[in-house]
Design a protein around this ligand. Sequence first.
Ligand SMILES: [Ca+2]
Length: 267
Amino acid sequence: MKHLFSSEPREDLYQMLTVSFRKRLMSAIGIGLLSAGAVVASTDRASAVSFGTSWDRDCVGGRGAGSCSLQNLLDSQGIKVDTTKPTPISLFQRGRITGEVLFSVASFAPRNIFGIYDATTGQQTVLTNGTPNSKNALKTFKPSKNQPLPTLTFSMMANNLFGFFLTTPQNSTFYSQNSLNPNGATQFLAYELSSSTARRRDYIIAFEDLLVRRNRNGSLNGTDADYNDLVARVSIEQVPEPAAVLGLGAVAGMAALSRRKKKEAMG
Ligand SMILES: [Ca+2]
């Protein structure tokens, strides 16, 4: 077996799901519209993060819990990111999204549903479908010395401002916007990579799939907050606005018309 799981980008990967609007999602609309104007509540973005000790063991380069930390796993893949300093972004500009899941150290992995949601309408587009053993389902993938990298890639167009979501088998959906999560919990981290250009933004994104909450004494309650449960590399490339393309089309049409008129006049 060449890869633990392997999937070519396919049309059927991007199953469109229309979600019923719940209260929280309705507030997403307001927040989406606000952020379009570059005004976002600071609680909506993770600008700092407090990692817990991972419950996972024996990842690459070691045997203890530390070997499964997000930092160690990214380091092991040669990705230069300081995980203590996430990029404070929760919604992303429209564009062509390409990327790949890097790893998913989670028992929920085969049943987690990962995708994007339109910040304005709340409409979700699924990237990995959460059906165990299906071609587009994730599998638990723990990088270690002898395991090849998975190649679950995705490529799709986001026509509007969007965020990322993760729906778990516990029927929780976690959003890149903290304000949509229970108690405003931080379930999503983003790290912009130095390979970003003016036209293309590159990120590492990371989800924690158990609700991050704390006891009164500050200790974690029911979660390890290790953010290694679904980690992907994502690029978002700017593309011309549909209106601009239409505009160019109209200009070309006018030019053709005027050429034809000239020709008619001459002929
Ligand atoms: Ca976790």
